[in-house]
Design a binder for this molecule. Structure first.
Ligand code: ATP
Length: 205
């Protein structure tokens, strides 16, 4: 199996997450993309996130209509803070022969060396770093390969860092939450079912 993994707080999931997952899925012809909502996010202390159950539900709604997309319980089941390296280690032991690709935005890659055991993480999975408007790609951390839109990549045997500069989605969860607090319409930034869910449960107002 060729599995891509997109970890996040998903507070809420938005079209930027889906665009990143779709680009990676078509570039690497993945069998599945696993969205992994964090129970609590090691990298985000800036705000109190809504319940992991609500965030999980929104990811389930957003991914339901995409055949290869799955929502994973691996981190929420732990009911405590989990680190990406441990999650990927667990996934690797579930499928030792499979290909693992970890997806992250250029914002997260900029602070990658603050992640727990980031060197081991680089040995566990390929990295698909997707461009996030406003955040440049750092070139100093590891050797990398820049991909072009429409390119189809066969994964090499050794874990590799790939940069996908052609993803252009300026949306963030913060802008969606802020719009909701102001009473503005953020429906263009999230799937319709997620927008309905946010309003039904008054998650960010
Ligand atoms: P917040 O605004 O609360 O910080 P966020 O929009 O960054 O949230 P996360 O759930 O923290 O969303 O992101 C999960 C992963 O998705 C991270 O690796 C992040 O870099 C990536 N990502 C989020 N939004 C985008 C986007 N618009 N384009 C590319 N990658 C993105």
């Amino acid at each position: 199996m060729r599995i891509a993994v997109l970890g996040g707080t998903f507070d809420p999931i938005h079209n930027g997450h889906l665009a990143a997952a779709q680009s990676v899925s078509s570039t690497f012809d993945t069998d599945e993309v696993h969205f992994v909502p964090a129970y609590s996010a090691p990298h985000k202390q800036s705000h109190e996130s809504v319940s992991a159950f609500h965030r999980f539900a929104m990811v389930a709604l957003a991914t339901a209509s995409f055949e290869g997309f799955r929502v994973s319980t691996i981190e929420v089941d732990a009911m405590e803070k989990r680190y990406t390296v441990d999650t990927l280690q667990q996934m690797r032991s579930n499928d030792p022969q499979g290909d693992l690709l970890f997806i992250l935005g250029t914002d997260m890659y900029l602070e990658f060396e603050t992640w727990k055991n980031y060197r081991s993480l680089l040995g566990l999975a390929h990295l698909a770093v997707v461009h996030r408007p406003g955040f440049s790609f750092r070139e100093d951390l590891a050797e990398y390969r820049v991909l072009h839109k429409g390119e189809r990549v066969t994964l090499p045997a050794t874990p590799t860092v790939f940069y996908l500069p052609f993803v252009e989605q300026p949306v963030s969860s913060t802008t969606v939450r802020d719009a909701c607090r102001r009473g503005s319409d953020a429906s263009a930034s999230v799937p319709p079912a997620v927008w309905t869910y946010i309003n039904k449960h008054q998650l960010y107002s």
